[in-house]
Design a protein around this ligand. Structure first.
Ligand code: HEM
Length: 511
């Protein structure tokens, strides 16, 4: 067949393909859900909308929230639409749905591509999450908090070194990561491994590698992912590095479990042991145990270090907060010592943490779920199987209708509200208490199971820093205006504290 004869067929094929694409666009049930953001007028421009969302995620969610509050809208991500819901009725609706309708596990797998980096086992049987729910719940935290509290002073002194009078510049996020990694690992793997710099770095790096690999694999078609994964992902290599440190400890504990059974007098009380208690019965390998431990590090370290970083920036920006905080911390510690009961009395510090989490946050959307079957939402909207959903966390937290002056950072607002409410109504305003108005930890059954641990860890670290350091922001060229903390970085749905930003610290001046 010569070239001229072949051309009509080529046109027919292109025409058919074009028709199929238009047909699929038109029958896509998500077309009925309004779109927010730039290029929202046409579904055809969704790639431009997705590119715009990377830089304008915050503004896009805000626009959608304003227009479709109490209902849902969609935003374009690079590979899919995401449906964003808002308002108490819709949040309640998501909260109540069981995992076989709206799945959190499936969301994590999809967004981080677990299947290709850590394997399906971690997704199919995520019992390490159960360990956090069972063992790091409020009632049992007093078993592990004393060791964490003991770890705080040497850790902070090491990673935030200061002299008596000189101001020292500290990279806030880098220091917070080190402090959170070591103090968390005191509870995750115990001492002396938590003192090992290389191990702590691996536990931080694992999260970085898993997010990096997940992001790159996301861009490959499914069929190529198993081939691409070993090339682009350093997750296995990072696990092996951690395994080198953990194997001797795991082996020793396996032997103890064989010889002494399920319980013995000085049995370690840490996350590693709690995972092993379940893993040994399931005959899991050392590598599986380490992977589960690192997945929990992933959930714990970057979230909590981001919280510490934001609070330290706010304190450096408003050093006048230190006086009332110190007064409260000193009074609590004088009465209750360095204990959880003491932290529970620190309403101002708790309020500062909650306000900072509300104002800054870790992600713009929370309660992310993938529909495991076709469902109809409380507002009657049809959501087809496979759709990614989430709640508009940032706009909810900035809604003046639900919290007066929501756009203003008022560090002690929740302490004041708690005092006004009396002890009965005050519990729901704590840092770790979720509601349809405060969804930084999600809300309901699947809300972050580590949030009570995080609250106590953050209070232990911050109260030590507040009592022992003075803060300020670096001087700026403009000597007349008060220095402001550097702005957060918004990338798609992620909220990052300023990376590489510094504050000035010195030993607290005793007047
Ligand atoms: C300020 C610190 C933290 C923040 C802001 C945070 C936030 C969150 C959020 C938003 C979720 C998803 C909830 C949902 O979609 O409904 C989550 C889940 C989770 N978090 Fe946290 N988290 C923090 C600290 C921690 C810590 C310290 C741990 C462990 C000790 C932890 C362990 C987990 C786990 C295991 C899950 C998954 C729950 C599941 O699969 O059901 N988190 N966290």
């Amino acid at each position: 067949m010569d070239q001229a004869q072949g051309q009509p067929w080529a046109f027919v094929c292109v025409g058919i393909l074009f028709g199929i694409v238009i047909f699929r666009w038109n029958i896509n049930p998500l077309n009925d859900i309004p779109t927010a953001g730039r290029f929202s007028s046409s579904t055809w421009l969704s790639y431009l909308a997705a590119l715009s969302f990377i830089r304008r995620g915050r503004e896009t969610l805000q626009e959608g929230y304003r227009q479709y509050y109490g209902s849902a809208f969609k935003v374009a991500l690079l590979d899919r639409w995401m449906v964003i819901i808002s308002g108490p009725k819709m949040i309640e609706d998501i909260r109540r749905r069981p995992e076989d309708e709206l799945s959190f596990t499936e969301t994590v797998q999809t967004l981080l591509q677990y299947k290709y980096t850590v394997g399906r086992k971690m997704q199919d049987d995520p019992y390490h999450v159960v360990v956090v729910k069972e063992k790091l719940q409020n009632r049992l935290l007093p078993n592990v908090m004393p060791s964490l509290i003991e770890e705080v002073p040497p850790t902070v002194q090491k990673y935030m070194p200061v002299t008596d009078h000189e101001w020292t510049s500290v990279d806030v996020l880098a220091a917070a990561l080190k402090v959170v990694a070591r103090t968390s690992n005191r509870v995750f793997v115990g001492s002396p491994l938590c003192l090992n710099e290389e191990y702590n770095d691996v536990s931080v790096q694992f999260a970085v590698e898993i997010v990096k690999a997940g992001t790159v694999l996301f861009l490959f078609p499914d069929i190529l992912k198993p081939i691409a994964a070993p090339i682009v992902s350093k997750v296995r290599r990072t696990t092996e590095r951690a395994l080198r440190h953990l194997r001797p400890i795991i082996q020793e504990r396996r032997t103890a479990m064989q010889e002494l059974g399920t319980d013995w007098p000085d049995k370690p009380e840490d996350v590693l042991q709690w995972i092993m208690d379940k893993a040994v019965a399931k005959q899991e390998s050392d590598a599986d145990i380490v992977e589960r431990l690192l997945l929990l590090n992933l959930a714990a370290i970057h979230t909590s270090s981001s919280s510490i970083t934001h609070v330290l920036y706010h304190l450096a920006e408003q050093p006048e907060l230190l006086g009332p905080l110190r007064e409260e911390i000193e009074a609590s510690i004088e009465t209750e010592g360095w204990t959880m009961s003491s932290f529970a009395r620190m309403w101002k510090l708790d309020s500062l943490l909650r306000e900072s989490q509300r104002y800054n946050g870790f992600t713009l959307a929370s309660m992310m779920r993938i529909a495991m079957k076709d469902i109809v939402l409380a507002n009657g909207m049809f959501i087809p199987k496979g759709t990614l959903l989430g709640a508009a966390a940032h706009p909810t937290h900035y809604d003046n209708g639900r919290l007066p002056n929501a756009e203003i950072f008022e560090p002690f607002r929740f302490a004041r509200m708690r005092e006004a409410n009396g002890s009965e109504g005050s519990a729901r305003l704590q840092f770790a208490s979720t509601s349809s108005e405060y969804i930084a930890f999600g809300h309901g059954q699947l809300a972050c199971p580590g949030r009570h641990f995080a609250a106590n860890q953050l209070k232990a670290v911050l109260s030590y820093i507040i009592l022992n350091y003075d803060f300020k922001l670096p001087e700026t060229e403009d000597c007349c205006s008060r220095p402001q903390r550097p702005p957060n970085v918004y990338v798609s749905l992620a909220v990052l504290p300023p990376i590489g930003g510094t504050i000035q610290l010195r030993k607290r001046a005793v007047c």
